[in-house]
Design a protein around this ligand. Structure first.
Ligand code: MG
Length: 391
């Protein structure tokens, strides 16, 4: 990335802050309500951060956390054996840029503890076809320790039970289709894991897995049903931890893994985030936060600009002081307007139109009274000057 581009990215990020730039259309979409702290098309809503996608979509984008890049260093930095050294017959190995499961090595755990995340992982069953059914190329990607498994299996032309096929949420849901490549070829998983959320022992969200196998959706928001079990169902109210390791299974077959990376997902509304519909309480808290930022920003402005910023803050939260100050500043501005000679009025065009837009909006949504006296004066002035149509 060249330097100029980096500077542009930083500038873009700075502009994205809620109060970094006076919004052009602050008075535009439907205002905040009880479940939406932001207006529709709200310029104060933080912009998503810039992420640079990789040239090849299998490669990690700029914000991914890489768990295995093909090197010994990355293996030792990011993974540990579950079984103590004196209890395992072998260790997992790095071979030809891949991490290989070895019989008797036991499961491998990520050192990182993960919550909700997007995962990319590629795997390959042995090129020499050995065994059948669940005994061929079996491994697995486990979430939150061993709470739930997305099965890894070479079931290409190798029938087995449906909820144990590659792409199955093991013991819970078969893959929608069998999109495997032939035995011994690299396969890819792109997985979105949403953990179950419990509070005070009550499950509020049962969690889900979305899985793409070789780019084909095989699990679409599949509920976790308490997690995976071999032969037995888990209780639906099984409590998952908040964070847990990603684990790779040793099922006795030398399955290889490569190109493993993840991206944490933004917190859901149920988990204190703003992804999804918020409760009235958390919406109110967020609206007050946004209003406070706008009032703070208004302090760095003067005159009409300050008044507009204060008016804008009233969309999010009523505040007597902010309203009084906005009224005072608008009154002063209008008094100044009334003294301007007609020939010099053109210089005020943008200011007047901004004020008119704001007042019309605030009236439409009953944020200022319908008989707000200045409103009709500003509207009439804009029409007389030919700056807006007389509707
Ligand atoms: Mg398995």
């Amino acid at each position: 990335m060249n330097r100029l581009y980096k500077v542009l990215l930083i500038l873009t990020a700075a502009i994205a802050t809620p109060v970094g730039l006076a919004a052009k259309s602050a008075f535009f979409g439907d205002p905040p309500d009880n479940h939406h702290p932001w207006a529709v098309h709200d310029h104060n809503r933080p912009l998503p951060p810039v992420v640079t996608p990789a040239a090849n979509i299998a490669q990690p984008p700029s914000d991914a956390i890489v768990l295995f890049d093909g090197t010994e260093v990355s293996f030792h930095e990011n993974w540990r054996h579950n079984r103590p050294a004196d209890e395992r017959e072998q260790n997992w190995i790095v071979i030809e840029g891949a991490l290989q499961s070895m019989r008797g090595a036991g499961k491998l755990s990520s050192r990182a503890e993960l919550g909700d995340f997007q995962l990319h992982i590629e795997w390959r069953s042995p090129t020499e076809i050995v065994g059948q059914g669940q005994g061929r190329g079996n491994s697995g990607v486990f979430f939150m320790g061993s709470m739930v498994e997305v099965q890894v299996l070479d079931n290409y032309k190798n029938p087995t039970y449906a909820d144990g096929m590659a792409g199955a949420v093991y013991g819970i849901m078969p893959p929608a289709v069998n999109a495997l490549r032939p035995s011994g070829e690299w396969q890819s998983y792109d997985i979105i894991f949403r953990r179950p959320i419990a509070r005070d022992g009550v499950i509020l969200d049962h969690g889900s897995l979305t899985v793409l196998l070789n780019g084909v959706v095989v699990q679409d928001n599949t509920p976790l049903e308490g997690g995976s079990g071999h032969k037995k169902r888990k209780p639906l109210d099984r409590i998952f931890p908040e964070l847990g390791a990603l684990m790779l299974q040793d099922h006795g077959n030398p399955v290889r893994f490569r190109n493993i990376w993840y991206r944490p997902l933004r917190p859901r509304a149920i988990d204190g985030g703003t992804d999804g519909q918020l409760t009235e309480d958390s919406t109110f808290t967020k609206r007050c936060e946004i209003a406070e930022e706008l009032r703070q920003h208004a302090q760095s402005l003067e005159g009409l600009q300050k008044a507009l910023r204060l008016l804008e803050s009233l969309k999010y939260e009523e505040n007597t002081d902010a309203r009084a100050e906005a009224d005072k500043l608008i009154t002063l501005y209008v008094a100044k307007l009334k003294k301007i000679a007609p020939l010099e009025m053109e210089a005020e065009k943008n200011q007047v139109l901004s004020l008119d837009e704001a007042l019309q909006y605030m009236q439409r949504y009953k944020l200022i009274p319908n008989d707000y006296p200045i409103s009709s004066f500003v509207n009439d002035l804009a029409i007389q000057q030919g700056w807006k149509a007389n509707k």
